[in-house]
Design a protein. Structure first.
Length: 128
């Protein structure tokens, strides 16, 4: 359904340090910066980009918005969360762990990146 996701940043070098660590924790490669200064990450068939806003206004996070990243295991989600916190992210909501959802149990870990964007590591768990 989606081609790519873009989040805004007010500090591209800081975002590169943060997202390189975040994607590195789950086996991704460091981001590549294009001629327009945008960071591009390609991992598991998805494209995630970080850019200064095109309109020249400050980047702000989406109120009520969350970007979820599919994880292969709870261990991978935990490594992702730990990398985020170690590189300027903030752990938010409940601590990482298994939660009951309408789709069954899921391991979830939520963080905000250094610009305030809300991200989630999500791994579907086997039903008990």
């Amino acid at each position: 359904m989606f081609n790519h996701v873009v989040v805004g940043s007010n500090d591209i070098p800081r975002s590169k340090t943060f997202y390189d660590a975040l994607f590195g924790a789950i086996g991704g490669k460091p981001g590549v910066q294009d001629a327009k200064g945008r960071l591009i990450y390609v991992h598991n068939g998805g494209v995630f980009m970080v850019s200064k806003p095109i309109d020249g206004q400050p980047a702000t996070h989406a109120n009520g918005g969350t970007i979820g990243f599919k994880m292969a295991s709870s261990e991978q989600a935990e490594a992702w969360h730990n990398a985020a916190v170690a590189h300027g992210g903030t752990s938010i909501e409940d601590p990482p762990g298994v939660r009951q959802t309408g789709g069954g149990p899921m391991y979830l870990a939520y963080i905000r990146d250094p610009d305030g964007n809300k991200l989630c590591a999500a791994c579907r768990m086997a039903a008990a």
